[in-house]
Design a protein around this ligand. Structure first.
Ligand code: ADP
Ligand code: F6P
Length: 324
């Protein structure tokens, strides 16, 4: 028989993402609506180990749905990969009466959640990362806001790039994943998109493309470069030398992680937060909430972590065709 949950813990882990607060709010209020106690754990697994745990009431999450970042704060906690540290964390959960825990974060955070589930703490993951790089879901909290922030910034760079007839290399976030770069590449009509999953480091091809476009009368050349490839400043110098076209690099950086969440991020994060509580209340554990093929669903964490995701070929292809 499924174990009844009395107290639900919630934490955010890994990189923050706009919309995490909407998810926290939903977790707190849906828990209370279901007669459960809810405890906020500060600074991810690091705060759990330090017992930075406080009971949350409905009023503690008022006025946060529109705020970026995470009121629980977040951290990276490398020592959580050690089995003895995980056991200590499970003991801390028991000490604080936390029998169900909701982890808002990316794949790394889900691995931590999986370990807690194996140690008898019911756990549910909610996908929170601006990178969209969680294979089981078509949506992750924060991606929509981040990509809109980056798109608006790139539009602005494009204005000045056109006025000065320059080439602009704009670096967007995504250490291992090129989804922000791909979406901006399409939305901003970039002439080139460099994705960690796809780029062949053939800089001569970029140079030829810039020279050809110049001959055809293009007034600017926008290259969206993902953080995983990086080195935008040195790339700009080499491209300027090879093409004779003035070239500037702009690194958008952490501005993409902040700011007020879009409507989509608020609505999806709220739905996922409430769903995570419902799953715990139904006695489920080791599950991750996802949005797939137009529906909110949930997967076993082990299954979710084993899934692979790749850049959609058709979108990648049309991004190049449409920017002709
Ligand atoms: P994300 O959750 O966004 O993928 P990270 O990969 O930085 O971000 O992971 C966040 C945290 O999750 C790590 O700092 C660590 O505390 C925990 N974590 C990551 N990998 C594991 C693992 N293999 N086992 C247990 N905990 C992990
Ligand atoms: O949260 C994802 C992400 O923004 C990646 O795109 C990026 O590589 C990483 O986090 C950077 O994290 P930080 O600068 O916080 O260590």
């Amino acid at each position: 028989m499924a174990k009844e949950i009395h107290t639900i813990g919630v934490l955010t882990s890994g990189g923050d993402a706009p919309g995490m607060n909407a998810a926290i709010r939903a977790v707190v209020r849906q828990s209370i609506a279901n007669g459960k106690k809810v405890k906020g754990i500060k600074r991810g697994y690091a705060g759990l180990l330090q017992e930075e745990i406080e009971e949350m009431e409905a009023k503690h999450v008022s006025d946060i749905i529109q705020r970026g970042g995470t009121i629980l704060q977040t951290a990276r906690c490398p020592e959580f990969k050690q089995p003895e540290v995980q056991k200590q964390a499970a003991e801390i959960c028991r000490k604080h009466g936390i029998d169900g825990i909701i982890v808002i974060g990316g794949d790394g955070s889900f691995q931590g959640a999986q370990k807690l589930a194996n140690l008898g703490i019911n756990t549910i993951g909610i996908p929170g990362t601006i990178d969209l790089d969680i294979a089981c879901t078509d949506y992750t909290i924060g991606f929509d806001t981040a990509v809109n922030t980056a798109m608006e910034a790139i539009d602005k760079v494009r204005d000045t790039s056109t006025s000065h007839e320059r080439c602009s290399i704009i670096e967007v976030m995504g250490r291992d994943a090129g989804y922000i770069a791909l979406w901006c590449g399409i939305a901003n009509g970039a002439e080139d998109i460099l994705l960690p999953e796809k780029y062949d480091y053939d800089e001569q091809r970029l140079v030829n493309h810039i020279i050809d476009n110049r001959k055809r009368g293009k007034k600017h050349h926008i290259i969206v470069n993902a953080e995983g490839i990086g080195h935008s400043a040195s790339m700009a110098k080499r491209i300027e030398a090879a093409t004779g076209m003035e070239t500037r690099a702009t690194i958008l950086g952490h501005m993409q992680r902040g700011g007020t969440p879009t409507c989509k991020d608020r609505v999806y994060a709220s739905t996922m937060g409430a769903m995570a509580v419902d799953l715990l209340c139904a006695g489920k554990s080791n599950r991750v909430v996802a949005y797939r093929h137009g529906d909110y669903v949930d997967y076993d964490i082990d299954e979710a972590l084993a899934m692979q995701k790749s850049i959609p070929e058709y979108q990648y292809k049309i991004a190049q065709t449409l920017s002709i």
